[in-house]
Design a protein around this ligand. Structure first.
Ligand code: 3H9
Length: 681
């Protein structure tokens, strides 16, 4: 055995095995690249060696280039050079893949002459998710190996494929038994000795894109909505197209040009920020990583409504038993019926197998009696958003649920500390704010009360990962991180329409920015009657006037907008008249308001609120705020989230804009702007 940094080699008679050990994910940093290049050179220089295997220790094959090196001065050898050296070898080189061969890792595999993997392995080119395209000839080798049509979803969509799928499209030569990868790879390599080595760059499956150029437009058409606003997917399509149209070396040059442009752009910077933000959000700064966790085997849910049902589905899908409590049997029956229907819909769409529906629902039990929650390790309350109701529930939980269990509220605004006071164990109380639909939406705000214990918080964070959520810790404040920042945006949206902006223009400005919908479309979707007092004679604002006119939103076919049977919306004359009437009564002068003013007045106050949240320590770090808004409210990831976006356009500009419109500027934000600082690290 010889070793150089994270790479070592082992000789098995005539086969050299090159092994990377670079935890946690075998990222292809400089030392790894150097070690790989040295390993190949050593194999070529040794007459005894007739074949090479490249594999990784630890949990995964190379998961990509080392993203922490991006933006720094490059130190050779670079990855394209290493890949070329592997491919140029005249001794067969086999990639032996387990875990995830992603990005540069997949490109290393493509440069090898053969690729084999265990069944649990995944392969992919996720660079678009970092606002990039593959930069080590992946866009040129992959189509040559599997064809442009099969390459497009991998390169442009960025989602990995299973080993079986990879084998079926020709990306893998064999899927081998789990647990025996190295031996199988050595045997496979030996079977190829003496045969001409197949080089991916010399294959020609990419000609399908030349024979049928319509595949590119078809792909665009099928995926248009998902790709809207992003720069990288279009570059990825261009690169795959070039793989069919240009000789290999020219295709590689085209890829490099596109890669370089994207790497220097703001979208990739924003998406790389987001990559690390999502991982940082997992970490709780003042709690040691080795804090002992509370074992969570059984979960109780109070309330079988939309929220309670959705929350329960998260745990059932993760294989955890749930006991659901309601006040009346018919509410339980209704709630569990909706859950089953949701699962069955998922099965119909192929997202789960029919037997998984039964397995999940089989883990659910229901009750009308708090005593049946006694053994739960975690109980989440999802009842009506009212402090007295919540306190009553927590009092009952305190009386019935075993000591040491975590008691959580799904409140979206209320004071978690006050709720905790309804129990004799406030240390075990915290907020778990799920977003609707709770079985789909990724975001979870974990609300840390003044007395919440470290182990309770750390357990909640760990559990979030288990049920597939992206969790962010928030302090106790009105609306926590997400809804607190939504509030000034909504206030400005309402003001703008009172001053003469059309409400659909306000929506359009946000959609053009990259949000899936604007505030008035969102109101229509959620239902304008949420929280309405239900007295049509009492009308004090536009929303109440719309409700009084039976305009409850999409569900009644009319809200701010009119909807046809397919939910296509058009601005409504009735709504326009209602708004005009309110503006006139309030003596508000109407004027033309441009898109720039609309955007600035909607988003700058959010940045200010985010700055206050940071200043008060309600968020641990600015990037947590970005994670909340990207995952909970559709803020476009290609801008990096509100805090990163503010840094990108400049805090001075944000403050000047707020001043111009006479809006609040916090001392924290003004100070940062004056000192030329950023909000994000
Ligand atoms: C690329 O390859 C460009 C090339 O085409 C061209 C080059 C010229 N680099 O996610 P986890 C860290 S672009 C550096 O929690 P999991 C991560 O930050 C790259 N660090 O684990 C975290 O650190 P910490 C294309 C990385 O098991 C720790 O590893 N590849 C990298 O849930 C654990 O990560 C990708 O985009 C990296 N590439 O998921 C793949 N990857 O503990 C990106 C991870 O300090 N990676 N880290 O917070 C992933 O998708 C997931 O990490 C993976 C594991 C699925 C591999």
């Amino acid at each position: 055995m010889t070793a150089s940094g994270p790479i070592r080699t082992e000789t098995h008679d005539n086969v050299l095995v090159i092994i990377s050990d670079n935890p946690p994910v075998n990222a292809l940093g400089q030392a790894v690249r150097q070690g790989l290049a040295d390993g190949i050179a050593a194999a070529l220089a040794d007459d005894v060696i007739e074949a090479v295997v490249i594999r990784c220790d630890g949990r995964t094959f190379f998961a990509g280039a080392d993203i922490t090196e991006f933006g720094k001065a490059p130190v050779g050898p670079n990855l394209p050079e290493v890949c070329d050296a592997i491919e140029a070898s005249d001794k067969p080189v086999v990639a032996a893949i387990h875990g995830t061969a992603l990005g540069g890792g997949c490109e290393v595999a493509l440069a090898c002459h053969y690729r084999i993997a265990v069944p649990s392995a995944k392969l992919g080119l996720p660079e678009v998710k970092l606002g990039l395209i593959p930069g080590a000839a992946g866009t040129q080798r992959l189509p040559r190996l599997v064809g442009a049509e099969a390459a497009l979803p991998l390169v442009v969509g960025g989602n990995p494929v299973s080993a079986n799928k990879a084998e079926s499209i020709g990306l893998l030569d064999a899927v081998v038994t789990e647990g025996n990868l190295e031996q199988d790879a050595i045997a496979f390599a030996r079977s190829k000795i003496g045969k001409p080595v197949p080089r991916t760059s010399e294959q020609d499956a990419n000609r399908d894109g030349v024979a049928n150029p319509a595949i590119f437009d078809d792909f665009r058409q099928q995926n248009g909505r998902k790709l809207k606003g992003f720069d990288a997917p279009e570059a990825a399509i261009a690169a795959v197209k070039a793989a069919g149209e240009l000789p290999y070396a020219e295709g590689v040059a085209k890829e490099r040009e596109l890669f370089g442009k994207l790497m220097a752009g703001t979208q990739s910077a924003a998406m790389r920020h987001y990559f690390f933000a999502e991982r940082a959000a997992n970490k709780i700064d003042d709690i040691p990583a080795d804090t002992p966790l509370i074992d969570i085997a059984r979960v109780g849910i109070i309330g079988a409504g939309t929220m309670g049902g959705g929350i329960a589905m998260n745990f059932l899908s993760a294989g955890m038993p749930v006991t659901m409590l309601e006040m009346k049997q018919d509410a339980l029956d209704r709630g569990t019926g909706v859950m089953r229907k949701n699962y069955e819909n998922a099965a119909r769409r192929g997202r789960m197998k029919p037997e998984q529906v039964d397995a999940a629902m089989g883990l659910l039990s229901t009750t009308l009696d708090y005593a049946d929650l006694a053994d739960c390790d975690l109980v989440i309350e999802a009842v009506f958003e009212n402090m007295d109701v919540k306190k009553d529930v927590f009092g009952k939980l305190d009386a019935h649920v075993k000591q040491g269990a975590i008691l959580a509220s799904n409140t979206s605004y209320l004071n978690v500390d006050e709720i905790a006071q309804a129990t004799s164990r406030p240390g075990y109380v915290l907020g778990l704010h799920f977003f609707s639909p709770a079985n789909i939406m990724k975001l979870l705000e974990i609300v840390r009360g003044a007395k919440t214990r470290d182990d309770v918080l750390a357990t909640a964070m760990k559990l979030a990962k288990k049920i597939g959520k992206i969790a962010v810790v928030s302090g106790v404040c009105d609306g926590f991180i997400g809804n607190r920042m939504l509030s000034p945006r909504q206030k400005q949206a309402n003001e703008l329409v009172m001053e003469g902006a059309n409400y659909w223009e306000v929506d359009e400005v946000l959609v053009d920015f990259g949000f899936p919908m604007g505030p008035f479309q969102m109101g229509d979707l959620a239902g304008l009657d949420i929280g309405w007092h239900r007295d049509p004679s009492k009308v004090t604002n536009v929303r109440e006037a719309l409700c009084a006119a039976g305009r409850f939103g999409q569900k009644t076919g009319k809200g701010f907008y009119d909807y046809d049977g397919s939910r296509n919306r058009t601005p409504s004359d009735e709504t326009k008249a209602i708004i005009a009437d309110f503006a006139a009564k309030a003596g508000r002068e109407q004027r033309d308001i441009g898109a720039d003013e609309i955007l600035e007045r909607l988003l700058y106050p959010m940045v200010n609120e985010g700055a206050k949240i940071l200043d008060e320590g309600m968020a641990q770090r600015a990037s947590d705020i970005d994670v909340v808004w990207i995952n909970g409210y559709g803020w476009p990831v290609f801008t990096g989230g509100p805090m990163f976006w503010a840094d990108t356009i400049g805090l001075g500009k944000v403050v000047a804009g707020l001043d111009k419109y006479g809006l609040e500027v916090s001392d924290y934000l003004r100070g940062k702007a004056e000192r030329g600082e950023r909000l994000t690290a």
